[in-house]
Design a protein around this ligand. Structure first.
Ligand SMILES: C[S@@+](CC[C@H](N)C(=O)[O-])C[C@H]1O[C@@H](n2cnc3c(N)ncnc32)[C@H](O)[C@@H]1O
Length: 299
């Protein structure tokens, strides 16, 4: 199966350089407010897609178990360091375009700051939908092409692409901004209904961030976030999408029961010493250092 290219974070110091030393305390805290407003208070099994170094993972504490998934094993190693060894976390290296989970498994999923690396967003969203139970909640953050700065730049002739058209814009290789209506159409087409939309990072301006404490600016952002129900002109938008139906209660107790072979789709994997083996096609998937790796088969 051919899949779109992946934006590779292997060996990246993203968490350190972008968040911890990058002056983004305001954005981080504003996202925490949005997440709190959207997350169910509790749940059984959460899928965090593109979790990176696990910056947001502690915010999902109400869930019994959390699958921390990323394409990059170095990001996952940082997440392991942050979150610690615990049965609560299941670390999975996999491609969002080729998820290794049985259908209808999770009662919630989040994907924060990841869709903007997706050259084929509808394909990624369809994979996520398949992994969710009826009634599941999906919290998606996307980078908004219809942001105020892009609109002004376009009107003043400083930007060639139109922020008003539905197609994604690739402003840097494998970095895409999306039109909010396109996101609504894709999610709607997959059967999701959008329960809540919050606009986030209203005040992403260097001057404001230098002048005002991050906590204050984030609290102010929180006051404006609900305006997202009416219009979305911020660089970042969060949507809470819900699937119809009622959640089923049973979730496999054993970690191995969650997986299917991403090559042949067969749902019976056998536990071996340092890998899982597909009972149908024989593919072997590494399971070392606490990470189940479904990117490339060992054999
Ligand atoms: C900008 S970081 C965001 C990390 C985290 N969600 C956060 O907000 O701190 C994007 C993450 O998405 C992951 N990623 C990108 N493309 C992916 C793909 N196709 N499958 C799985 N993970 C992917 C990267 O490895 C990286 O860790």
């Amino acid at each position: 199966m051919t899949t779109p290219p992946v934006c590779n974070y292997e060996g990246s110091d993203y968490q350190q350089s972008f968040w911890e030393q990058g002056g983004r305390a305001y954005e981080d805290q504003a996202e925490a407010i949005a997440l709190k407003r959207m997350l169910p208070k509790s749940g059984k099994l959460m899928l965090e897609l593109g979790a990176g170094a696990g910056r947001n993972t502690p915010r999902y504490a109400g869930f019994e178990r959390i699958v921390v998934l990323d394409y990059s094993t170095t990001q996952l190693a940082q997440a392991q360091e942050r979150l610690g060894a615990s049965d609560k976390y299941i670390y999975v290296a996999a491609d969002v375009y080729r998820l290794p989970f049985k259908d209808g498994l999770f009662d919630a999923a989040t994907m924060i700051r990841v869709l903007h690396h997706m050259a084929d967003a509808p394909k990624a969203l369809a994979q996520i939908k398949a992994a969710l139970q009826p009634g599941a909640v999906f919290i998606l953050e996307f980078a908004n092409k219809l942001n105020l700065k892009a609109i002004l730049r376009y009107w003043f002739g400083r930007q060639a692409w139109s922020p008003f058209t539905l197609e994604p814009v690739e402003f840097v290789k494998l970095n895409f901004d999306f039109h909010p209506r396109a996101i609504r159409l894709w999610l709607g087409g997959l059967g999701f209904s959008i329960e809540k939309t919050l606009t986030v990072s209203h005040f992403r301006l260097g001057m404001l961030k230098r002048l005002l404490p991050a906590k204050f600016l984030a609290a102010l952002d929180g006051l404006f976030q609900p305006t997202g129900a009416l219009f979305q002109f911020t660089p970042s938008v969060f949507v809470k999408a819900v699937l119809p139906g009622n959640a089923k209660a049973d979730i496999p107790l054993q970690v191995i029961g969650l997986f299917k072979c991403p090559d042949c789709g067969h749902g019976s994997l056998l536990q071996k010493e340092d890998h899982l083996a597909c009972a149908s096609c024989g593919a072997q998937w590494s399971a070392r250092n606490g990470i189940h790796d479904f990117r490339e088969r060992m054999k």
